[in-house]
Design a protein around this ligand. Structure first.
Ligand code: BG6
Length: 490
């Protein structure tokens, strides 16, 4: 698809997300010539700053956060497209001014009325802003209109549905770009290519040859300055409802009939439909929740979760989740999908490990008298790559078998960040790597029973783990009871 001229209105333009991700993404796209030469950006914030102050913020954001060194040549051309409009977003009568500015810029820059509304702000305002956009006539335009929003999209199915219904009064499903930044990551986009462009994998990609699948998204950071949000959300809503389930969909989906967003979404949704829902009584058998306690990370002591600023000292919020999930369909019946994610773990690592089944009979053995399984490891972050663990004879030895790795590592560096890809896609109108409402709603329907069960439980099922470790023992027992283990990150 072609890139077209547009105006982008960024609500929350003085906030963190805009500074750290959006301005650098736009700059990267601009430098790589992926934007139409005619475009304009309007920053919206509560504070009455001037246009020049706003342009200064943009410059600083790019100096600090862009993957590219800022170049003086061309800078004036870039920043001249940034305007600022203070706005109380709850006051519908204030939107007329924004409308006036949009029209003026559309004239000045000769834009066809293609309008982007990026809500980089507190999610409890998503509904209000979209309602007010419609009420003030800003979404009646001669070109297209598109909305970009971020998670959290609701806090359970009911609230997500109410929010979606409200937004849908203004925007059609094809106009809503729900960002899950994991879908913008290079190696997550690569999963389908690896699966469907190699005749080697597809015949083995099922319960006949795969023993289990492990998905890890571990972080070393703690709750940071986000306690107000995080202490209410917890790891289940923060990471599992979106990123982890997206990774499961990418690994487990059937090949789409064509590479078009509708066909891909349809296959992804089928995975969620097949994902086994847990009853209240099953939750503790298949899911583990944990909370970090004081520990040591990178040689320095760090506090426990309950000692963090703005966290309730009696908080029962989970900062770690592990689970054993099942996709109950023909391809995956019986194959456990083990997941784990947490804050303050030993290492920052996002990785998917496919563990293949053992040989029907072992003729060869390693030093310990067994034979390690074949593994396909997809490294997503911070390493981007792929490696395959095979068994081979140890050179020179008589009969000793050792694991060898065939590895591909993308050390090209400087590849566009997730936001840059996703915003670039949204500008082209390509919805492939955005979350459809069906995915959001089914994801919540899977999460809600787990959440409800945990909310009724006391501290005895909240497993403590020391900061700087791989989580509570219970997360290891999930696997060891089936004779499996978590494979260490490379
Ligand atoms: C966000 C979560 O969606 O993803 C954060 O809200 C988390 O809590 C982050 O830190 C992790 O993203 P990444 O790209 O660093 O793995």
């Amino acid at each position: 698809p072609q890139v077209e001229p547009f105006v982008m209105v960024i609500f929350g333009a003085t906030g963190d997300l805009a500074r750290r991700k959006l301005f650098p993404a736009l700059y990267g796209l601009f430098r790589d010539k992926k934007l139409h030469e005619r475009f304009a950006v309007i920053g919206i914030g509560r504070r009455p700053i001037t246009m020049d102050e706003f342009r200064d913020t943009v410059r600083k954001a790019i100096d600090e956060h862009s993957r590219l060194e800022r170049e003086e040549a061309g800078w004036a051309d870039f920043v001249a497209r940034f305007y600022y409009q203070p706005l109380n977003v709850k006051d519908v009568s204030a939107y007329a001014q924004l409308g006036g500015l949009m029209e003026r810029l559309e004239n000045e820059w000769n834009l066809p009325g293609n309008r982007f509304f990026y809500l980089a702000m507190a999610p409890d305002l998503f509904g209000t802003v979209s309602t007010n956009l419609k009420a003030s006539g800003l979404t009646e335009t001669t070109g297209w209109k598109r909305l970009i929003i971020e998670k959290p999209f609701g806090e359970d199915y009911e609230s997500a549905k109410a929010l979606n219904d409200q937004i849908r009064q203004t925007f059609a499903e094809e106009e809503i770009y729900r960002i899950d930044h994991y879908l913008g990551k290079e190696m997550i986009q690569n999963i389908e290519v690896i699966r469907f462009a190699n005749s080697l994998f597809e015949p083995l990609w099922n319960n006949r040859y795969i023993d289990n699948i492990q998905i890890t998204a571990s972080e070393t950071v703690g709750v940071e300055e986000r306690a107000a949000y995080y202490d209410k959300a917890g790891a289940l809503r923060d990471m599992v409802q979106n990123h982890i389930l997206q990774m499961i969909m990418m690994v487990a989906m059937e090949p789409p009939s064509r590479l078009v967003p509708e066909a891909i979404h349809a296959e992804k949704v089928k995975v969620l439909r097949s994902l086994r829902r847990l009853t209240k009584d099953e939750v503790n058998q298949y899911m583990v929740r944990g909370q970090y306690q004081a520990g040591v990370l990178d040689g320095r002591p760090v506090p426990g979760y309950r000692e963090e600023e703005n966290v309730d000292p009696h908080s029962l919020t989970e900062t770690f989740v592990a689970g054993e999930l099942y996709v109950d369909n023909f391809r995956w019946s019986g194959v456990p999908f083990y997941i784990r994610t947490g804050k303050r773990m030993a290492q920052k690592s996002t990785e998917i490990v496919i563990q293949f089944k053992e040989m029907p009979k072992n003729l060869y053995f390693n030093k310990n008298g067994d034979l390690g399984p074949n593994l396909l490891v997809i490294s997503i972050n911070p390493v981007e790559g792929l490696h395959f663990v095979l068994n081979a004879k140890k050179p020179g030895a008589d009969n000793d078998v050792v694991p060898i790795a065939m590895a591909f590592c993308n050390d090209r560096g400087g590849s566009p960040e997730a936001y840059e890809r996703l915003i670039g896609d949204a500008i082209k109108g390509d919805m492939t790597f955005f979350t459809h409402w069906d995915e959001v709603s089914l994801a919540w329907k899977f999460i809600d029973p787990i959440r409800r069960a945990w909310d009724q439980q006391d501290e005895s099922t909240l497993h403590p783990y020391r900061a700087g470790t791989w989580g509570p023992d219970a997360a290891h027992q999930l696997l060891s009871r089936r004779g499996a283990r978590w494979w260490p990150s490379r």
